[in-house]
Design a binder for this molecule. Structure first.
Ligand SMILES: *[C@@H]1O[C@H](CO)[C@@H](O)[C@H](O)[C@H]1NC(C)=O
Ligand SMILES: *[C@@H]1O[C@H](CO)[C@@H](O)[C@H](O)[C@H]1NC(C)=O
Length: 356
């Protein structure tokens, strides 16, 4: 067994322990794939989804600020962990009880880089999100003391899913500086050195158990397909994403060696998402090359109130030009979980006992 495989096997044990713990505490960082309403609080943000038809299949049929017709992958994963989906940080920033149980810092339009998603006017970049976690820890510390606050932060689980917008709303936009200023290799360097600092900041604040979700095949999302002649996936974009994922994986391995007690895991969701797109019928879907909501990709690709929405929403992998449908998120969360737990069961050493 190779060294990276051993590290991976060791890391998934705590994940299994997390799943069986009575009430796991999770802190979530990310973009529109995981935002549960932070952007609702950003008055001037253009990256919003708190209007119909978002949420049409959510409980009550209400738009919540999730960029989906229903739930996000994070919502489904929380359900699997047996906890309510952590609330948006901006809805709970003064609520000690909520902060202790876990909150969600994700913000639509956010990226690793500060200038990603510039034209959304407002969004919380990964740096902003880390800063909000720092404030969270200060509130906790003021209430329970430094030792208990550190212990709390060491024991929590951190989910990070970020980077899609550094492509879709930065590097792949011809009119933005980063796509013109850098070659892709240089851009990756910039992303990795920034992410290295960011993950180390989280570690300094107490994060030990962290899952980083790799990026999906962005060349196949509807907003990219429309740039091709016949609606096919953009091969070059997918190659870039694979390069991003493999570099993050290397970074995570390095951090695990460099930072004592760090148990960071890279979750490779790319093949899962690609399989869903390539073989939709295997999973009960009919369409994976265009979105259920008939979006105007020339003005963005979100599902605006005047858009026409398909009636067979569960048959579409994509809800709008960027985001998977509720039905696809359910499948992806399921696959993601079985991937990790099959690895955990197949590994040789005993799992640590679940915490109370
Ligand atoms: C990004 O913004 C944060 C504050 O939001 C700042 O601390 C950080 O230095 C900025 N990073 C860069 C590279 O400008
Ligand atoms: C999606 O694929 C179907 C058949 O597989 C094809 O008829 C349709 O034109 C494609 N749609 C787009 C938007 O590329």
């Amino acid at each position: 067994m190779s060294m990276p495989m051993l590290v991976f096997a060791a890391c998934v044990f705590w994940l299994a322990a997390v799943a069986f713990a009575a009430l796991p505490v999770t802190y979530i960082f990310g973009d529109s794939l995981t935002d549960v309403g932070n952007n609702n609080f950003l008055q001037y943000s253009l990256a919003k989804s708190n209007y119909p038809w978002y949420g049409i299949d959510y409980s009550g049929g209400q738009a919540t600020g999730r960029f989906s017709n229903g739930k996000t992958i994070g919502d489904f994963i929380s359900a699997k962990l047996g906890i309510p989906s952590p609330p948006a940080y901006l809805s709970a920033s003064q609520n000690l009880d909520a902060l202790l149980k876990g909150v969600n810092y994700a913000s639509g339009g956010a990226g690793i880089l500060n200038d990603t998603g510039l034209y959304f006017i407002q969004r919380l970049s990964f740096d902003d999100q880390i800063n909000n976690f720092k404030k969270t820890k200060e509130v906790i510390k003021a209430n329970v003391g430094e030792v208990a606050a550190n212990k709390h932060c060491n024991e929590a689980t951190y989910f990070v899913g970020i980077g899609s917008n550094d492509y879709v709303n930065n590097f792949l936009q011809p009119f933005l500086a980063d796509g013109q200023q850098y070659t892709h290799d240089e851009f990756i360097e910039l992303l990795m050195s920034t992410l290295d600092q960011q993950l180390q900041s989280l570690y300094q604040l107490g994060a030990r158990k962290l899952v980083f979700h790799g990026l999906g095949p962005l060349g196949c999302i509807p907003s990219q397909r429309v740039k091709s002649k016949k609606g096919q996936c953009l091969k070059r974009v997918n190659e870039w994403i694979l390069q991003f994922n493999s570099n993050v994986q290397k970074l995570i391995n390095t951090l695990n060696h460099r930072l004592p007690n760090a148990k960071f895991v890279f979750a490779d969701t790319y093949p899962l998402v690609l399989d869903l797109i390539d073989n939709p019928s295997t999973y009960g879907f009919k369409v994976s090359n265009t979105s259920c909501c008939n979006v105007d990709t020339s003005i963005g690709g979100l599902c605006l109130p005047n858009s026409k929405v398909c009636s067979n929403r569960h048959e579409f992998v994509f809800w709008d030009a960027f985001h998977p449908s509720d039905a696809a998120n359910a499948i992806l969360a399921e696959k993601f979980f079985s991937l990790l737990f099959i690895s955990a069961r197949a590994a040789p050493a005993p799992a640590p006992s679940p915490s109370p």
